[in-house]
Design a binder for this molecule. Structure first.
Ligand SMILES: NC(=O)C1=CN([C@@H]2O[C@H](COP(=O)(O)OP(=O)(O)OC[C@H]3O[C@@H](n4cnc5c(N)ncnc54)[C@H](O)[C@@H]3O)[C@@H](O)[C@H]2O)C=CC1
Ligand SMILES: N[C@@H](CC=O)C(=O)O
Length: 365
């Protein structure tokens, strides 16, 4: 069955005005996409349940009946057609009912390429992927301009802090005229997790493998360990706060030793334990000073962004972080004495999917 022949129910060309509920297309059925499917199938919120009209993975695409279960979607995908993005886009743009939300749970740059086309066609875009927002400043501005021009929403709350309300807090501070002095944060669930597992006795490599299995890492774990994921999050926060800044202006410290930097993804995962000794020594040195390692970023308007490993007192707020927790401290004109603080799990399929779902529902507000 080809994508264009697959059945979309009800018939989109005849029912557009008769279908008031929000339609949803899901690109990516991995950790976050699967959790989102579960949350949709068990949906009991006050709003109307969004109606899944189709989904795809990197290899397959399928159009689904209303209110499908995750198992039914995966079955449809396994028996669906080979993914062909031009056909998917044509169907979404020309035939899918509105209002329609496109969710990108792929983390793939090719999918981020489609946002401008989708927004231009009057389709809301909700994404946990940081890729589109961290291209040039011009591209970031363009995405927002196209969304505004077509009166659709471009929402990316889960790109920073997963389900934590970080992006909207920064946006609200800006909208209400507050001035940000600095944002300091431990914003990688994976790296907080790795350092806290090492304190419990795991080697660096074991902790990384556990983080991968738990679904905390990026599709390519090198994005976490190189510091790139944290750099992207700070870039998004700074741009959302109104700064104009490019990726190459950010100072980033990598956790990956030089000898492993050129390995392909799967080989890298096999050899990550080669960094064990170096990280054990750094953690032991910190412990001898009643301190711990934490990957921390800081943005100060005017002075830029720096992200890297810090040795922080074990009994400080940053030192006490455990598991996949994130911590954000925002100092502003109004929060000058004591920073506005947001803390909680900042990675993981369930919290991320819940944040994506909240963004989907907010397109209707
Ligand atoms: N896992 C987490 O805790 C969080 C993840 N995110 C973001 O969510 C996104 C998804 O992450 P995960 O679910 O962990 O990744 P994953 O690797 O588990 O799943 C990715 C899915 O996308 C599909 N895919 C890849 N390339 C594709 C393409 N070109 N076209 C169509 N489908 C494609 C894959 O087949 C797979 O189904 C990423 O952008 C990540 O940065 C954001 C916040 C937290
Ligand atoms: N890999 C990321 C997931 C959320 O963006 C992290 O570990 O924080």
């Amino acid at each position: 069955m080809s994508v264009s022949q697959a059945t979309l129910s009800p018939n989109p060309t005849t029912s557009r005005s008769a279908v008031p509920s929000l339609s949803l297309y899901l690109a990516g059925v991995g950790s976050v996409g699967t959790a989102l499917l579960y949350q949709l199938s068990e949906f009991q919120g006050d709003a109307k349940r969004p109606r899944l009209i189709g989904a795809c993975t990197s290899t397959h695409a399928a159009w689904t009946p209303p209110h499908p279960t995750p198992g039914a979607v995966k079955h449809h995908l396994e028996h669906g057609s080979t993914l062909h993005w031009p056909a998917v886009l044509e169907r979404l743009i020309e035939h899918a009912p509105r209002p329609l939300v496109f969710v990108d749970a792929t983390g793939h740059p090719d999918v981020a390429d489609h946002y401008t086309t989708l927004l231009d066609a009057g389709i809301h875009v909700v994404t946990p992927s940081k890729l589109a927002n961290t291209r040039s400043q011009q591209h970031f501005d363009r995405l927002h301009a196209i969304a505004a021009e077509h009166n659709v929403q471009y929402r990316y709350e889960t790109t920073v802090g997963a389900g934590l309300p970080v992006v909207r807090t920064v946006r609200d501070l800006r909208a209400t005229g507050d001035g940000i002095h600095t944002i300091r944060g431990a914003v990688s669930g994976t790296l907080t997790f790795v350092f806290s597992r090492m304190r419990q006795g795991d080697s660096f490599g074991e902790a990384v493998q556990t983080a991968i299995k738990a679904g905390y890492t990026e599709p390519d774990v090198r994005d976490d360990l190189s510091g790139e994921d944290v750099a992207r999050k700070f870039l998004i926060l700074a741009r959302t706060a109104g700064a104009s800044i490019e990726r190459d202006e950010i100072e980033v410290e990598s956790l990956v030793p030089e000898s492993l930097r050129d390995l392909p993804h799967l080989a890298f995962r096999r050899y990550v334990h080669k960094a064990n000794d170096a990280w054990r020594e750094r953690a032991e040195t910190a412990a001898s000073q009643d301190a711990v390692l934490q990957y921390v970023g800081r943005w100060t308007p005017g002075s830029g962004i720096r992200v890297g490993v810090e040795v922080v007192p074990a009994d400080s707020d940053f030192g006490r972080l455990q598991g996949q927790d994130n911590l954000f401290e925002v100092t502003t004109n109004r929060y000058a004495e004591s920073p506005l603080t947001i803390r909680g799990p900042g990675a993981g399929p369930e919290v991320t999917a819940a944040g994506v779902l909240a963004d989907v529902l907010a397109t209707e507000a």
